[in-house]
Design a protein around this ligand. Structure first.
Ligand code: HEM
Ligand SMILES: *[C@@H]1O[C@H](CO)[C@@H](O)[C@H](O)[C@H]1NC(C)=O
Ligand SMILES: *[C@@H]1O[C@H](CO)[C@@H](O)[C@H](O)[C@H]1NC(C)=O
Ligand SMILES: *[C@@H]1O[C@H](CO)[C@@H](O)[C@H](O)[C@H]1NC(C)=O
Ligand SMILES: *[C@@H]1O[C@H](CO)[C@@H](O)[C@H](O)[C@H]1NC(C)=O
Ligand SMILES: *[C@@H]1O[C@H](CO)[C@@H](O)[C@H](O)[C@H]1NC(C)=O
Ligand SMILES: *[C@@H]1O[C@H](CO)[C@@H](O)[C@H](O)[C@H]1NC(C)=O
Ligand SMILES: *[C@@H]1O[C@H](CO)[C@@H](O)[C@H](O)[C@H]1NC(C)=O
Length: 324
């Protein structure tokens, strides 16, 4: 009996060490005693910003993803470059990363309410959740709290950690595995592409020069490719954007999966999810909204726990753009 409990404990510790332990030391309502209104303030401020800018959910969701995939969810993505350091936000794959000002605005209000208490990493995780939740007047997933802010942000670490839109299934799977996430998480979290836009230059090769012979990606629906060509007229267009879920790119829904099945996924990395049998089956399952929302909530919880700093490690920044 005693030894059985010990073995169980040992297993738990073991799982935590290899990073399987969901949430680690994060917990519910971490600020209950130290800043009881923190989560309410974040939600109210986020909803105010979303009602003025319906694109904000896509910005904050992607920002949170980029934060978690580089050095864990430690708000390193929010740090400004200095004379001495080129930070993550100035790395090449930063196209359209934005929403920094919103997080800074929320942070300022929290500093006025309870100085030095609420981390930028938690603000970003909560605000991303609240921004997506706005359209539902609800809370779409649970966010555990207690993250601390990192003190390091290096542009050079972005390319090696953020998956590229040109990745094939093997590369995507490996990239997520490196963060302790599964193929299931990969397919579920890719559903984030139901909101937001992509820049032409990140997929135009599929339209104009797929194998270097002026050809088109055969896995892309030809009618849709013709439409995309009217939007993106050259391989070098770095300014035009296209909705990833045409017609409802502001709605968080299951359209992404229907689009994939219709061979209209925008990036090669989207289309790649159909090239693996297991992933393809998950795509089909997630066309069910109840299922997608439930699974998304669970996968976001796992993503939000990647390599988090807790306890005494790191700091609580005073401003999210600069280390203390
Ligand atoms: C699976 C690997 C992924 C790849 C290769 C990928 C790639 C990209 C690319 C290239 C863009 C377009 C950026 C631009 O042109 O401005 C984009 C946008 C976006 N991604 Fe991903 N992404 C991935 C996973 C995720 C995940 C896990 C999430 C969140 C759960 C996410 C959320 C978003 C959102 C919301 C946008 C729209 C941003 C906007 O409208 O400004 N992506 N992604
Ligand atoms: C930048 O580096 C120089 C020389 O190494 C150092 O003296 C200075 O304090 C650094 N500045 C900041 C803002 O870190
Ligand atoms: C992206 O990085 C470039 C430098 O590579 C920088 O000029 C630009 O301001 C950055 N964009 C954002 C949104 O941070
Ligand atoms: C949003 O939800 C709150 C609390 O659940 C409710 O009081 C309010 O009436 C809802 N607002 C709308 C517009 O449905
Ligand atoms: C995926 O891409 C990698 C790197 O380019 C390549 O080595 C591998 O063969 C590709 N895998 C498949 C299944 O195409
Ligand atoms: C298409 O790709 C080939 C091989 O990489 C290259 O030589 C050619 O210049 C490309 N065409 C265009 C229009 O960029
Ligand atoms: C969608 O998934 C839910 C939960 O798994 C299930 O109860 C429901 O029957 C499914 N709906 C359809 C149309 O398959
Ligand atoms: C970070 O840089 C941006 C753009 O240069 C600037 O607007 C912002 O005030 C800076 N944040 C901090 C905390 O210095």
């Amino acid at each position: 009996m005693k030894s059985r409990q010990f073995v169980l404990l040992l297993c738990l510790v073991g799982f935590c060490l290899i990073g399987v332990c969901q949430g680690g030391n994060l917990r519910k309502k971490f600020y209950k005693d130290t800043c009881s209104r923190a989560e309410d303030i974040i939600k109210i401020k986020t909803w105010q910003h979303v009602s003025a800018n319906p694109q904000l959910p896509s910005k904050l969701l992607r920002l949170h993803f980029h934060d978690c995939f580089v050095r864990g969810c430690d708000a390193s993505v929010l740090i400004n470059s200095t004379a001495n350091n080129t930070a993550e936000k100035d790395a090449i794959p930063n196209l359209s990363l934005s929403g920094y000002d919103v997080i800074e605005d929320i942070k300022a209000e929290l500093e006025a309410e309870c100085p030095g208490v609420v981390s930028c990493a938690d603000i970003l995780a909560l605000s991303a959740r609240d921004s997506v939740s706005f359209q539902f007047n609800n809370t779409m997933w649970e966010v555990l709290t207690g993250r601390r802010d990192g003190r390091v942000s290096l542009a050079s670490e972005v390319l090696t950690n953020i998956p590229a839109p040109f990745f094939n299934f093997t590369q995507l799977k490996q990239n997520f595995q490196n963060k302790g996430l599964t193929v299931h998480d990969l397919v579920v979290l890719s559903g984030g592409h139901t909101i937001g836009v992509g820049h032409c230059n990140l997929f135009s090769i599929r339209l104009y020069n797929f194998t270097g012979r002026g050809d088109q990606d055969p896995s892309l629906d030809p009618t849709y490719a013709a439409f995309l060509k009217t939007k993106c007229q050259s391989l070098s267009d770095t300014t035009t954007t296209v909705e990833m879920d045409p017609g409802s790119s502001l709605d968080f829904d299951t359209d992404y999966y229907a689009i994939l099945k219709g061979n209209k996924g925008l990036f090669q990395s989207d289309a790649a999810l159909l090239t693996n049998k297991g992933a393809n089956n998950i795509v089909s399952e997630l066309t069910n909204q109840t299922k997608f929302f439930t699974e998304f909530a669970q996968s976001m919880k796992r993503m939000g726990a990647i390599e988090v700093l807790t306890g005494e490690v790191g700091e609580v920044r005073k401003k999210c753009g600069v280390i203390n």
